[in-house]
Design a binder for this molecule. Structure first.
Ligand code: TRH
Length: 368
């Protein structure tokens, strides 16, 4: 048995139905649960049986208020007496409950145990994706844990992209969808969505944007801070929490999306509109190289001057560089920004999606 299982799946390689246990611990904010929900729901809609175990399910009241056939969302503690399914996904290094691991080890056919990691474009991802960690001690002794890294190329685990997603983006009538909710644009106005961490440099952003913008503010600190910072020709509306599907449609409907963390960041790339990423801040500075690695990948095929300006804007938005005239220039050059967003989306869409890769990976890891 090789120590790596990283070769990518072809989408038509659909395994027989399996039962999945996905474990999620909420560190902060919404991304941990957001990613797990997105994966569990995608598996269920492809005919798998999925259980999502989480220590804080409360955001589901707005992210996913309706039941999804095949998906069961349960409190973490209820997993203690549960019988493990065919595949167990430990997300973002959350530690599985010891009794559940012991039950995995006792199962006659051992489950595939997969650690789903955070998304990054850094090169370590390709080196680490698909590696095996044999368990020599503890309740899981004798089991293998496999590392699965999402990513932006075929040497990684890919990105979640549900079947039919890009067709739905293309068919979406963004202006009508927004107008029906009272968030319509005025003639000549551009619309942006803003989902940001509290430390976001809002004042220089508004200055760089200039007039003619409607800002749709997702819940968070920006809703109270932005109104006092608006400049001539700008207006803002505070949005409630949307469902995950509703948030997707918001991204599809805007001319520019400011997103953060991991899940909204991926969804904005599928929207195919210019996107500015506020990366999750880490005290040790690890977010700096992570941002640069993404920009290297996403801007690789873009025009020289615009790409340089957009990089400057991305750094400034993340507090990793100064606000210069280049930042405003990057925002003004919409055709270049749209061309880059579409080309990058097409490059990503040519790859097999994460769920297909994970299904095939789990099947190989379990030896089925
Ligand atoms: O909320 P985030 O910042 O989450 C995370 C966490 O901080 C996590 O600990 C960290 O590791 C990770 O970022 C990098 O951003 P993210 O990932 O975009 O998650 C937000 C989720 O909330 C996403 O699934 C979309 C969803 N959402 C809605 O469903 N409705 C809404 O109205 C909004 C604004 C978001």
């Amino acid at each position: 048995m090789p120590d790596a299982l990283a070769e990518s799946a072809s989408p038509e390689q659909s395994p027989d139905t399996m039962s999945w246990d996905i474990f999620c611990r909420v560190i902060d904010n919404y991304g941990d649960l957001g990613v797990c929900l997105r994966l569990a729901r995608d598996l269920a809609r492809r005919g798998e049986q999925a259980r999502l175990w989480c220590d804080d399910l409360s955001p589901l009241a707005w992210m996913q208020p309706e039941a999804v056939p095949g998906l069961s969302c349960r409190p973490w503690d209820e997993s203690l007496g549960a019988a493990p399914g065919d595949v167990v996904v430990e997300t973002f290094g959350c530690e599985l409950p010891a009794p559940f691991v012991a039950a995995m080890a006792a199962r006659s056919v051992r489950p595939a145990w997969i650690n789903l990691e955070y998304l990054s474009a850094e090169s370590y991802v390709e080196r680490s994706h698909g590696l095996k960690s044999p368990q020599f001690s503890g309740p899981g002794a004798g089991l293998d844990k496999w590392f699965f890294y999402p990513g932006f190329n075929d040497r990684t685990g890919g990105l979640i992209r549900e079947p039919g997603l890009l067709d739905a983006v293309t068919a979406h009538h963004g202006d009508a969808w927004r107008a029906a909710r009272g968030w319509g644009r005025r003639p000549g106005e551009r619309v942006l969505s803003l989902f940001a961490y509290p430390q976001a440099p809002l004042a220089p952003l508004l200055e760089a944007l200039g007039p003619g913008w409607l800002l749709l503010l997702c819940p968070g600190a920006a809703q109270s801070a932005v109104p006092a910072l608006l400049r001539d020709g700008q207006r803002a509306l505070a949005l409630p929490h949307l469902t995950q599907d509703g948030y997707d449609q918001l991204l599809w409907s805007c001319d520019l999306n400011l997103v953060r963390g991991e899940d909204s960041f991926v969804r904005a790339q599928w929207a195919g509109q210019p996107m500015l990423w506020q990366i999750y801040f880490q005290d040790d500075g690890a977010h700096g190289p992570k941002l640069e690695a993404f920009l290297d990948a996403a801007l690789a095929g873009a025009e020289g001057r615009w790409a340089t300006n957009w990089r400057a804007l991305s750094r400034a938005w993340n507090g990793l560089g100064p606000w210069t005239p280049a930042c405003a220039e990057a925002l003004r050059e919409r055709p270049a920004a749209v061309a880059q967003a579409r080309a990058w989306r097409a490059e990503l869409a040519a790859q097999v999606d994460l769920t297909s890769r994970l299904q095939a990976f789990a099947r190989r890891a379990s030896g089925a």
